[in-house]
Design a protein around this ligand. Structure first.
Ligand code: PPS
Length: 334
C-alpha cells in the first residue's frame, strides 16, 4: 500500500498460484488479489495499479466500463459513433485504436516479456506501458474502455467525465468468458467449461468478483454522469438504448439516423465488421479467432446450452449468496 494507491495487493496462496499457472498458460506472474474486495489480477497488475488509479482525466472523456464479456464492444461502437456524429468512414479504423482499452498493458506484459517462444509467434510485440501511453496521447474527446471496478479507477472519475457501465447476466458472462480465455493466448486457458465455471465461482478470473464489480456501479447509479445499461436492453430494444445514450451524451439523432445505427450495430453486421471483431488483434498473434470468434453468438440465455443441472443449482446459490438484491434488480433471478 502507498499514498498513490490506497489498497493492499496480496499474492494468492502458493498452491493456488501453481494451479492457476498450469491452467492459464498466459499467467506467468501468477495472480494477486486487491483487498478489501479481493479483485483478482495477474501479478503484473502491481506495476500498473497506481497508474490506473491516478490516470489523468479530462472533462470531455467518455468511458465505457464493464465486467468483461458484458457487451462492452457493442456499447463502445454505439458510443463512438454518437460522439463522432455518425462518422461511419472513421469507424472503419479498428475500434481498439479509436477506443483503447486503458488497462490492456497488464494483460499483455506477462506473455510478451516472459515467454520468448510466444513472442516469436507474434507479428508485433507491444512495449510495456504502450497502451496506457496511447490513451494519454488521444485527442479530445477521448473514448476509453475499462474493465476496472470504480474503486480501482481515479476517485474523481464521475465528477470529471461521463461513464457508461454495461452489465450482463453472469450466466451468459461465464460462457462468453470461457471462450474468451481459450481464444486469447494472454489467458491461455487449458481446461473445459466445468473447470472454468469453478474458477469463475471462486472469483479466480480477472476483474472478479463479479458482484462487487457490479455493486460498485449500482451504488453510484444516481450520479448524473453515470448511465447503467444491460446487455438484455441492447438486445431487446436497441433503438431505445440509442436514444437513451444519445440523450446522456447530449447528442441529437433523427429517426433515420437511429435506424441506420441500429442496422450498423446488429449482431450480423458487427460479426462481419473487421473494425470491431478483433481481426486486427488476431493479426498480431495475440488471439486465435477460434471458439466462434470474438463477436461469437450474441445471445441472451445461451448459458442454458452449457449448464448441467448441478451447475444451475450451484450458480443459483452463488447468485443468492453473493449477489444480494442485485440479481433481482437486474431480473437475472426469478
Ligand atoms: S470484452 O472482451 O470483455 O470486451 O467483450 P465484450 O465486448 O464485453 O463482450 C463480448 C460479447 O458481446 C457479444 N456481442 C454482441 N452481441 C449482440 N449483438 C452485437 N452486435 C454484439 N457485439 C458483440 C459478443 O458476441 C460476446 O458475447 P458471446 O456470448 O460470447 O457471443
Amino acid at each position: 500500500m502507498s499514498s498513490d494507491f490506497p489498497y493492499a495487493i496480496e499474492p494468492l496462496e502458493e498452491k493456488e498460484n501453481d494451479a492457476i499457472r498450469k491452467d492459464f498458460t498466459g499467467y506467468l506472474s501468477g495472480a494477486v488479489r486487491v483487498q478489501p474486495q479481493g479483485y483478482f489480477f495477474q501479478g503484473i497488475y502491481r506495476q500498473y495499479a497506481h497508474r490506473y488509479y491516478n490516470l489523468s482525466l479530462r472533462p470531455t472523456d467518455v468511458f465505457v466500463a464493464s465486467y468483461p464479456k458484458s457487451g462492452t464492444t457493442w456499447t463502445q461502437e454505439l458510443v463512438w459513433l454518437l460522439i463522432h456524429n455518425l462518422d461511419y468512414e472513421g469507424a472503419k479504423v479498428p475500434l481498439d485504436d479509436r477506443f483503447p482499452f486503458v488497462e490492456a498493458d497488464h494483460v499483455l506484459d506477462a506473455l510478451v516479456f516472459q515467454r520468448p517462444e510466444l513472442k516469436a509467434k507474434m507479428k508485433s510485440t507491444p512495449e510495456p506501458g504502450e497502451r496506457l501511453a496511447q490513451v494519454t496521447k488521444l485527442e479530445d474527446p477521448r473514448c476509453i474502455k475499462t474493465h476496472m471496478p470504480f474503486s480501482l479507477l481515479p476517485p474523481k472519475i464521475l465528477d470529471t467525465c461521463k461513464v457508461i457501465y454495461v452489465a450482463r447476466d453472469p450466466r451468459d458472462v461465464v460462457v462468453s468468458y470461457y471462450h474468451h480465455h481459450r481464444m486469447w493466448i494472454t489467458h491461455g486457458f487449458q481446461g473445459d467449461f466445468r473447470a472454468f465455471f469453478d474458477y469463475f465461482l471462486k472469483d479466480q478470473v480477472m476483474w472478479s468478483p463479479f458482484w462487487d464489480h457490479l455493486r460498485e456501479a449500482w451504488e453510484r447509479r444516481s450520479h448524473p454522469n453515470l448511465l447503467i445499461l444491460t446487455y438484455d436492453q441492447l438486445k431487446e430494444d436497441l433503438p431505445a438504448v440509442i436514444r437513451k445514450v444519445a440523450g446522456f451524451l447530449g447528442k441529437e439523432v433523427s429517426q433515420e439516423e437511429i435506424e441506420n445505427l441500429t442496422k450498423h450495430l446488429h449482431f450480423d453486421s458487427m460479426k462481419s465488421n473487421p473494425a470491431v471483431n478483433a481481426v486486427a488483434e488476431a493479426s498480431t498473434g495475440l488471439l486465435d479467432l477460434k471458439e466462434g470468434g470474438f463477436v461469437r453468438k450474441g445471445k441472451s440465455g445461451g448459458w442454458k446450452d452449457y449448464f448441467e443441472e448441478d451447475m444451475k443449482e450451484r450458480f443459483h446459490a452463488w447468485m443468492a449468496e453473493k449477489g444480494g438484491s442485485l440479481p433481482k434488480e437486474f431480473k437475472w433471478m426469478k
